[in-house]
Design a protein around this ligand. Structure first.
Ligand SMILES: C[S@@+](CC[C@H](N)C(=O)[O-])C[C@H]1O[C@@H](n2cnc3c(N)ncnc32)[C@H](O)[C@@H]1O
Ligand SMILES: [Zn+2]
Length: 276
């Protein structure tokens, strides 16, 4: 059986061997891979509900929205980011990977070992069904991650919860944390119609860097901003997949959903941070 020294057992912390068919540690803890090929390493005490994370409807909305091409420029920004293109091969974790769009694209464009973690089983199942070059794992990114100390070259986190201390533990000393956060005026046209301001978006990138500061220093920031005209299906999917709109009133959402199209600003900051 091939040993993967990157993964560790969530029960005892020893190396986890995953050969596709079987996944177990030397102490006999075993985790049956699902038929779609992912493994579930989420222990019952590591979750707050029986179905944590995004649900199936949100995942499908996110999948349709990505497939529509509206975020292709963000995908290109991540694929071409300096840390990733500098390496001929790399081991990378996408923590809070959702339905797998960004990691799937990375695993198809680059050589290396690619791991996607999400606390939502539905998200990981959806990712594993489509993207076969990455390894997909159900786990809680806010608890101890099932990776060995200093085992990864890079961690990607796009619009997902972050645990900088744990990221620092599993990254190699020269490893990088790549954060995708909303930029200034991101979806401002929808936010104003849906009364979802969610704080000052001008500060999201700085706030993310400050939160990581005890363990990381920012070395690079790339900004992306463009206008995109979305049709009614794209608007409905975007509203469903974006957490800041979940509290918007049903009336405001119905008003937006009566539009046949709306041009919105899409704006992201991509931060690269190095371990201190
Ligand atoms: C807004 S979505 C972003 C998904 C993906 N990064 C993308 O950009 O398409 C946030 C994701 O974080 C996941 N998530 C929430 N809490 C998490 C946790 N504690 N550990 C791992 N994933 C989590 C959700 O299930 C969801 O898939
Ligand atoms: Zn074990």
């Amino acid at each position: 059986m091939k040993t993967d020294s990157t993964l560790i057992c969530p029960v005892c912390g020893s190396a986890l061997e995953w050969n596709g068919k079987e996944c177990r540690c030397e102490n006999g803890h075993s985790f049956d891979p699902a038929k779609e090929g992912y493994i579930n390493l989420l222990l019952s005490h590591q979750r707050r509900s029986s179905h944590p994370g995004d649900d199936a409807a949100m995942i499908q909305a996110r999948r349709r929205f990505f497939d529509s091409g509206a975020f292709d420029s963000l995908t290109a920004l991540i694929l071409n980011s300096s840390f990733i293109t500098q390496r001929s091969s790399l081991s990378l974790l996408d923590c809070g990977c959702g339905e797998g769009h960004f990691l799937g694209a990375l695993s198809e464009a680059h050589d290396g070992q690619f791991f996607g973690v999400d606390v939502s089983k539905e998200a990981v199942r959806c990712a594993a069904k489509r993207y076969k070059k990455a390894k997909w794992i159900v786990a809680n990114g806010m608890r101890k991650l099932p990776f060995a100390d200093h085992s990864l070259d890079a961690i990607l986190s796009v619009l997902a919860p972050r645990n900088p201390e744990e990221f620092a533990r599993i990254l190699k000393p020269d490893g990088a944390l790549i954060l995708g956060v909303p930029g200034v005026n991101h979806l401002i046209e929808l936010r104003s119609r849906l009364a979802a301001n969610a704080g000052d978006f001008e500060e999201k990138a700085d706030e993310a860097a400050v939160k990581c500061a005890p363990h990381f220093t920012e070395t690079h920031r790339e900004l992306l901003s463009y206008q995109q005209t979305l049709n009614a299906v794209q608007l409905a999917d975007l509203i469903q997949m974006t957490p800041i709109f979940w509290c918007s009133s049903p009336e405001a959402k119905a008003d937006v959903q009566r539009l046949s199209e709306l041009t919105v600003t899409i704006s992201f900051a991509l931060l690269t941070l190095q371990r201190l």
